[in-house]
Design a protein around this ligand. Structure first.
Ligand code: NAD
Length: 323
């Protein structure tokens, strides 16, 4: 589907992924409405440039407010649905939050699209929906068992999207991201390690045994992949893993961060076990042949992406205090 020059509605557009998506779409001469409740979004910093563009509009609103969502979506051609409760670990403390924010929230977005006759949606799903797979790299057609409420809520969101596509002539692009890194990153292992090292530069607590292996993807590569897939794949439902085929273990991530912070003699303290928390996957490596066969490939290596992320956070220390 061609989205160049179109009117695009981005839920969660003040967040890490959403604000980069907004910048990219503005570069493509789209007009962009960000719809965000600013729960974790940082519109003052992340949308500073976007706000100077005449084709940009920011609406403070919640996707759970269906009336407002419907009226604000009026007149748009395409939706990037990127808002979510993106805290994977919190699901066991509050078992409603993923259901409400990620599953019912996605249903609300689809209802608003139906009413407003919007015919295309991109959705941010996750590698967490694969649970703990036994096939690596894990392909899109793997039949997963859920290990987190977050993963389950995203899989339910995907299913809801598929059903709306069938029922209402909508087309969808569902993206299952590995951990994303880069400028404006505000949650995840690099964020946690830098915070911990700021409070104690001599000892770093690492959840699990430090051997967990994860794939990461640089945010610029992620946003380019989403736009590329929307413009080059045209099924009713287009589902893509987005990641690097490479991966890195958590101890190596920690060592890169320590180097970037110019620290030495940091002692690691492992909490033990092969997982960091219940629902954590000890190994994440997604098969990316499907997106690569269209002609996309990542440009930033995992190591460079981690260095860029650490440098960004060290230069924008106020973000470390905001979350
Ligand atoms: N960052 C990653 O590594 C990663 C990996 C896999 C999937 N994802 C998914 O990508 C999407 C974006 O994640 P992110 O890293 O940018 O997170 P983020 O927290 O930076 O962004 C989420 C945005 O959604 C907004 N939001 C939350 N609840 C809302 C609501 N009810 N109504 C309106 N706005 C709301 C927040 O204020 C924030 O701006 C999420 O759907 C997340 O689940 C992210």
């Amino acid at each position: 589907m061609e989205i160049k020059g179109k009117k695009i509605f981005i839920t969660g557009g003040a967040g890490f992924v959403g604000s980069h998506t907004a910048d990219k779409l503005l570069e493509m001469d789209c007009s962009v409405t960000v719809y965000d409740n600013l729960k974790t979004g940082q519109s003052d910093i992340f949308l500073k440039d976007a706000k100077t563009n005449k084709d940009f509009k920011m609406v403070e609103g919640d996707i759970l407010d269906l009336d407002k969502l419907k009226s604000e979506m009026d007149g748009h051609d395409f939706v990037f649905h990127l808002s979510a409760n993106a805290d994977v670990r919190g699901g066991l403390d509050n078992t409603r939050i993923d259901l409400e924010q990620n599953t019912i929230g996605t249903w609300n977005v689809l209802e608003a699209m139906k009413i407003n006759n919007v015919k295309g949606i991109a959705f941010s799903s996750t590698s967490a929906m694969y649970g703990e797979p036994d096939k690596f790299p894990t392909p899109e057609n793997y039949n997963p068992t859920q290990t987190s409420l977050y993963g389950a809520s995203k899989l339910a969101g995907e299913a809801m999207i598929q059903a709306f596509c069938e029922g209402f002539g909508i087309k969808s692009w569902i993206f299952r991201f590995v951990s994303l890194i880069g400028e404006r990153y505000t949650h995840g292992v690099i964020f946690d390690f830098i915070k911990k090292l700021h409070s104690d530069p001599k000892e770093l607590e690492i959840l699990g045994d430090g051997e967990q292996k994860k794939s990461y993807l640089y945010i610029g590569d992620c946003v380019n992949a989403m736009v590329f897939a929307i413009q080059n794949a045209d099924e009713k439902v287009n589902t893509f893993n987005l990641g690097n085929v490479e991966y890195m273990n958590v101890k190596d991530v920690a060592n890169i961060i320590i180097e970037e912070m110019k620290l030495s003699d940091v002692k690691f303290k492992f909490t033990g076990g092969e997982k960091g928390w219940i629902g954590d996957a000890p190994f994440v490596q997604l098969a990316v042949d499907r997106i690569q066969s269209l002609g996309w490939k990542p440009e930033v290596s995992i190591e460079d992406g981690i260095r860029k992320t650490a440098q960004y956070l060290l230069q924008n220390k106020e973000l470390l205090d905001r979350r």
